[in-house]
Design a protein around this ligand. Structure first.
Ligand code: UD1
Ligand code: CA
Length: 480
């Protein structure tokens, strides 16, 4: 305690900064999505729209997030609760939905009087953390701060009426005069205000307007009446306040989000063949000199080491690819919860499939139409064509032939196959697990192996080849 007290910075502005509490409005229906799923649960990259708003709340260290639900609340609430992590989430239900002012009124009893309230919408996914921080700073725990932006076509939005640096009103499009409609600065739907003041204004809202709704935006004129300054933080990028109302808008924001990530990757030095043709639905981390061709999708957590190259149209999920490896076109890798590791200088694909628990050492080669699941391959092992390895341990330099498989599943249980160092498995072999192939052994093509094989030996387990000389084929209609 004394240590903290003697630290000057702990007593500075940071120390007295009021705690932030977020209200997330998420009661709207989203009719134009034409979906059975509530609008705020539509996915943008790896998160539902409201999940992005939740991340925004996390980015400003919100002490609490009060989510206002209505349409689809029994789907929205559990979905958000799963994403909350350390965030303290509370849900309030707004039934019926009488407007944005009414939505925040519904949340008001959950807000502490000493908090700084940040109002967000569950359908606005691309607001930057730095923007929200600037808005909270502008409010400084005493003013009403609005996020605004200039639009070439402001129709439909609330117009920001100013007197110098201060804002005097927000007028909704439908209520606006000709003159007000000419204003191009619009309210972006996000504001910050001290809770005690906000509650006072909310209690005085009415619905005497064209839409007969309780407008949150009317708090501006009430603040002015109370002599509280209303300030605008005007940003340049309209995407930061863009909401989603239709599948087309959802797709537009998805591309904008992806372009942001692509630009960030390129700034770190990643070479993207086309920044418009990559999708990251999760977290992609890249070391130096990584190259990614077009049409790749990354999901969950993916790590790419130095000089890794990803060919066109690959899907990589929950995996780590170590330095110098090449993943060729149309390869599908998904580690799910177990993960997949590809060691250094490996060569995977084209058309390879690595499943959970694939753990590949350095210099491993996996070729076309080869599937690997829950299997460890040691350095230099190769399976180049049309093969399946499941629940196996494969030694160094093993060569696994075309068309060969491990029969690891007996219909009830999974069994292990062990292939020791330097074994060569010919083409079209079936290894019936549990079974161990001794080091340096060779398995003749077409063998069905049911027993362990000795080290160094050639093992052949197939019908002997016989030839019948001068064999006459049957002839149609011939007499017996
Ligand atoms: C609102 C603003 C407008 C601003 C625009 C920016 C008001 C009155 N107007 O208009 O000035 O330019 O956002 O996008 O606030 N919601 C509820 N309960 C309700 C009504 C709405 O939870 O009763 C939610 C919606 O689901 C949505 C958000 O609040 O997430 C905003 O509502 P919306 O109807 O989109 O507001 P706009 O009319 O677009
Ligand atoms: Ca809207």
């Amino acid at each position: 305690m004394s240590l903290i007290a003697s630290d000057a910075s702990a007593l500075g502005a940071d120390h007295i900064k009021p705690a932030v509490e977020v209200v997330m409005m998420a009661a709207g229906k989203g009719t134009r999505m034409k979906s059975n799923k509530p609008k705020v649960l539509q996915m943008l990259a790896h998160l539902p729209l409201a999940g992005h708003a939740l991340e925004a709340a996390r980015s400003v260290d919100a002490r609490k997030v009060v989510v206002v639900t209505g349409h689809g609340s029994d789907q929205v609430e559990p979905a958000l609760a799963r994403l909350a992590g350390a965030i303290n989430l509370e849900f309030v239900r707004q039934e019926p939905q009488l407007g944005t002012g009414h939505a925040v009124q519904t949340a008001a009893p959950c807000l502490a009087d000493d908090a700084l309230v940040l109002v967000l919408s569950g359908d606005v996914p691309l607001t930057r953390a730095t923007t929200l921080q600037a808005l909270l700073q502008l409010s400084a725990g005493q003013h009403l701060a609005l996020l605004t932006v200039n639009l070439p076509d402001p129709s439909g939005y609330g117009r920001v009426v100013r007197k110098g640096d201060s804002v005097t009103a927000i007028v909704e499009h439908k209520d606006a005069s000709e003159q007000e409609r000419a204003i191009r600065e619009i309210y972006g739907g996000i504001l910050a205000a001290p809770a005690a003041l906000l509650k006072r204004w909310l209690s005085r809202l009415d619905n005497n307007n064209v839409q007969g709704e309780y407008y949150l935006t009317d708090v501006v004129k009430l603040a002015v009446q109370d002599g509280v300054q209303v300030l605008a933080h005007r940003i340049d990028d309209p995407l930061e306040v863009a909401g989603v109302n239709s599948p087309a808008q959802l797709a537009e924001l998805e591309r904008a989000y992806q372009l942001r990530l692509a630009n960030a990757l390129m700034e770190q030095g990643v070479r993207l063949k086309d920044p418009a043709r990559i999708d990251v639905r999760g977290f992609l981390s890249c070391a130096r000199d990584v190259e990614i061709d077009v049409g790749c999708v990354f999901e969950g957590r993916v790590q790419l080491g130095d000089e890794v190259r990803i060919g066109p149209h690959c899907v990589l999920a929950n995996c780590s690819i170590e330095a110098g490896s090449i993943i060729q076109a149309f390869t599908h890798i998904d580690g799910e919860s177990l993960g997949v590791r590809v060691g250094a200088d490996a060569r995977i694909g084209p058309f390879a499939r690595l499943r959970p628990g694939a753990d590949l050492g350095a210099d491993v080669h996996i070729g076309n139409f080869v599937e690997i699941k829950n299997t460890r391959l040691a350095r230099g092992a190769k399976a180049n064509h049309l093969a399946y390895l499941g629940d196996s341990t494969v030694g160094e330099r093993v060569n696994f032939g075309a068309g060969s498989i491990t029969a690891n599943y007996d219909g009830a249980n999974k069994h292990q196959t062990v292939i020791e160092d330097d074994v060569h498995v010919g083409s079209n072999c079936v290894l019936i697990a549990p079974v161990t192939l001794g080091a340096g052994g060779t398995i003749g093509g077409g063998s069905t192996i049911t027993k362990d094989t000795p080290a160094g030996a050639l093992t052949v387990a197939r019908g002997k080849q016989v030839s019948v000389a001068n064999w006459k084929r049957p002839v149609k209609g011939a007499k017996k």
